[in-house]
Design a protein around this ligand. Structure first.
Ligand SMILES: [Zn+2]
Length: 489
């Protein structure tokens, strides 16, 4: 049956609207910052980069570590499962000498059910995340909220006799006082001793728990760790509250009416101290097997999300380098060693333990490369003020310049696992990466899921680590070792 003219008109109008309507309201897809490389040279590193680009398994590996294994707190069963999986992957990808190395960790800690509910005013339930390695509440406790914004023990003592049965708000974002003078010399032991004394005093005064405000905006929690890994240290039940509910609590307290809260923090310690482990595997060098290039990342994570960008990404990148070597059949002159650390989130414990256990072998390490800033593309490496490494590092990243890997900054970065090697005189560098959703989003928060991966950037990062490691494995020259002068902080 032929269509009537008005029907055809309507149809074509509908087609136009359909074609234009959704396009007007949908923002254009974000433009990737990763340069498009049309073809790779027929060199060994060109083959390696092409293999990573075309057959990368990094996203699948991140999804395995996060969706199937889950958050990987050091000392936990799930980190042990991740380590068993990683050892299997290393063997499957042709690594030799695959093994674990243990170090003493202290007590393990497991998150339980955390909840908070106002018993007065609006009765809101809101998110709380227990500070890891603090003691839980034996059952839901109820107490009146009180702002206790003491910044040291002297200020805290002014609250003597007022804290019994109270839940303390320990962050004051509206603080107008001039900052305290800086602690001389950054004495960590003295600081920890003062924190321990303050905690004992709070318990003696009868305080029930402490709450602190999350450092992240937009309803995000933030995972942090308390001192209770050491069985001798006392802790008080503590939790982090996202900014919006925390500021509400402060406003309610400021009205000078009682604000009562029911708080349940379900975390628990292991009965005994446990060991933690680093996972290691290597591809033996053909000409200088006694010299090594280490590539590394930390397999452990925090536990509010599943640790996708911190640091399943780096772990997957390291495994991807092995996969690409195996797929291309390339054999390096020096030995490539992959180390998947643990305890990074509790203070670089795994890398410190590795350096301590292998301190006589540090001179045999050509370089250490660490990938630990999420999904963002790699722009280069921080040289840790090792100006004398610039020449050879520039040579090492030259084949990656077209991929956007060009930056060799002298900046000293201490926040991840290259740092203990650096302090032992080894040229050890963290990749400079774009901070895609990282410090404002996924880092240590409940947002850390694979949804925030940018596959093209992560694959570029795997190319950057593979390509740089390959050059360092085969360069004639050796990067200069030794301590370097550091600018005063
Ligand atoms: Zn990390």
């Amino acid at each position: 049956m032929p269509r009537s003219t008005p029907a055809l008109l309507l149809l074509s109008l509908a087609t136009i609207l359909h074609a234009q309507g959704p396009l007007r309201t949908t923002p254009p897809p974000p433009v990737s910052p990763v340069p498009v490389v049309a073809s790779y040279p027929e060199t060994p590193s060109g083959k390696l980069l092409k293999e990573v680009k075309e057959h990368s398994e990094v996203v699948a590996k991140v999804e395995h570590l996060t969706d199937l294994i889950g958050p990987r707190l050091t000392g936990s069963e799930s980190l042990r499962r991740a380590q068993a999986w990683a050892m299997g992957e290393l063997k499957r990808l042709g690594a030799e000498n695959v093994h674990e190395e243990a170090y003493d960790f202290g007590l393990a800690w497991t998150r339980g059910v955390d909840s908070a509910r106002l018993l007065t005013q609006n009765g809101l339930r809101f998110r709380v995340d227990q500070v890891a390695w603090t003691t839980g509440t034996p059952r839901p406790v109820t107490g009146e909220l009180m702002l206790v914004d003491a910044r040291n023990f002297d200020e805290l003592k002014a609250f003597h006799g007022q804290l019994k049965g109270k839940i303390l708000l320990r962050t004051n974002p509206n603080d107008k006082r001039p900052p305290l003078p800086r602690r001389a010399g950054g004495d960590m032991a003295a600081y920890q001793a003062e924190v321990a004394a303050m905690t004992q005093w709070l318990l003696d005064e009868g305080a029930l728990a402490t709450l602190q405000m999350s450092g992240r905006k937009n309803g995000l929690g933030f995972a942090a760790g308390g001192p209770g890994r050491d069985p001798k240290r006392v802790t008080i039940p503590s939790a982090v509250v996202p900014q919006e509910p925390y500021r509400m609590l402060l406003r309610l307290v400021a009205r000078n009416e009682p604000v009562r809260l029911e708080l349940n923090l379900g975390g628990a310690f292991s009965a005994k101290p446990v060991q933690a482990f680093n996972v290691i595997g290597e591809i033996r060098g053909t000409e200088k097997p006694g010299e090594t290039v280490v590539i590394g990342a930390h397999l452990d994570s925090w536990d509010l999300g599943t640790g996708a960008t911190d640091n399943a990404t780096g772990s997957a990148v390291c495994l991807e380098v092995l996969r690409a070597l195996q797929a291309t059949g390339l054999k390096p002159k020096r030995t490539l060693r992959v180390i998947l650390f643990s305890g990074e989130e509790q203070g670089l414990l795994g890398s410190r333990a590795y350096v301590e256990a292998h301190k006589t072998e540090m001179d045999a390490i050509q370089a250490v490369l660490i990938h630990d800033m999420g999904t963002g593309m790699v722009r280069g490496f921080d040289l840790q003020n090792r100006e004398n490494c610039r020449g050879l590092m520039a040579q090492a990243i030259a084949p990656l310049n077209d991929l956007g890997v060009r930056e060799l900054s002298l900046r000293v970065m201490n926040g991840t696992d290259h740092a203990p090697f650096d302090r032992a005189g080894v040229p050890a560098f963290a990749a400079i990466q774009d901070a895609v959703d990282y410090f404002e989003g996924t880092h240590h928060s409940q947002m850390d899921y694979p949804d925030h991966l940018q596959p093209d950037q992560l694959i570029q990062g795997a190319q950057a680590i593979a390509g740089t490691a390959w050059e360092l494995l085969n360069l004639e020259g050796r990067l200069p070792h030794g301590p370097v002068a550091r600018p005063a902080r």
